[in-house]
Design a protein around this ligand. Structure first.
Ligand SMILES: C[S@@+](CC[C@H](N)C(=O)[O-])C[C@H]1O[C@@H](n2cnc3c(N)ncnc32)[C@H](O)[C@@H]1O
Length: 279
């Protein structure tokens, strides 16, 4: 049977689908043998068992179809923890940590903030906010029952009890003038966008990605509906496409928000917009 080093070399076929194929192979092999990546470098000449090799081979086969590593491993790093993920949820992106950071800056940790995450998916944003301040009350909403199941499992793993999950469409049925901050990373890709057939996107839920009206329908619905749920002087934070800054700003102006400001990510792309509800 192949050694660790030989198995990693044989995985060079992953070059066809991944620029980071060496890292991919290491992550998949570590998973197949139930060890850390460090173990692979410490014991390169250790022989794999038949079943370890077969497992690794199966994982590589899945990766060769383009399936993202996060779905094969069933987990993804976000903020300062690992989240369970499966194809019912979007794989949380590092850019979305900017939304969490901005929310934490805006609320400056008041002891008892009441926060809402619209379209929670794996629970990434809601869980990061709930974990960062255990005295905050966090509500996480999604229209997908299976996504909420994943988010609830993540809350259990992180032992967070200051979070509740509600299945609804955006703010439908949520309390009026109740929240200090609403965060949302909604679907914002235009139907037919060429990126939908690239990278991990073909494997991710279409309802998490695509929105009508050139990708703006859900952002518009959230801006409109959030007004009723926000307290006086509270904040709405929306992640959006880097080319949507102006359209999002117009929506927020038209729906009566103030102090509207776009925040750029590390790549200097317009990544999210914050707006205050003063009424
Ligand atoms: C882009 S994903 C964001 C997931 C997660 N918040 C993150 O940042 O990784 C958008 C999420 O919105 C949910 N969604 C789509 N339409 C919705 C609606 N009308 N009401 C509530 N959630 C919706 C999808 O199921 C999906 O989980």
């Amino acid at each position: 049977m192949a050694t660790i080093k030989q198995a990693l070399m044989q995985a060079n076929t992953l070059q066809q689908v991944s620029e980071s194929w060496k890292l991919d192979a290491e992550l998949l092999l570590a998973e197949a043998i139930g060890q850390s990546r460090e173990y692979l470098f410490t014991w390169p000449n250790k022989e794999l068992t038949q079943s370890q090799f077969e497992k690794f081979d199966t994982y590589c086969g899945r990766r060769l179809t383009g399936e993202p590593i996060a779905y094969i491993l069933g987990r993804q790093a976000f903020w300062d923890f690992e989240l369970l993920v499966n194809p019912a949820v979007l794989i949380p992106r590092p850019e979305t940590e900017l939304l969490v950071e901005t929310a934490l800056e805006l609320l400056d940790k008041p002891a008892t903030a009441v926060v809402l995450d619209l379209g929670t998916g794996s629970g990434a944003i809601a869980l990061a906010l709930a974990a960062n301040n255990r005295h905050w009350t966090v509500t996480a909403v999604d229209s997908s029952e299976s996504a909420l199941g994943v988010a609830a499992d993540n809350a259990k793993l992180l032992q967070l009890s200051n979070i509740e999950f509600i299945q609804t469409s955006w703010c439908d049925g949520l309390p009026v003038a109740h929240f200090d901050l609403i965060a949302a990373n909604p679907p914002y890709v235009e139907a037919g966008d060429k990126h939908l057939s690239e990278g991990s996107l073909p494997f991710e839920p279409i309802a998490a990605l695509v929105a009508r009206e050139n990708g703006l329908a859900d952002i518009r619905a959230i801006a409109e509906q959030s007004r009723h749920c926000l307290k006086k002087n509270s904040w709405l934070l929306i992640e959006h496409g880097f080319q949507q800054k102006q359209a999002v700003e117009k929506t927020l102006v038209d729906t009566g928000y103030a102090n509207i400001e776009c925040v750029k990510d590390l790549a200097k792309l317009d990544r999210l917009t914050k707006a205050q509800w003063l009424h």
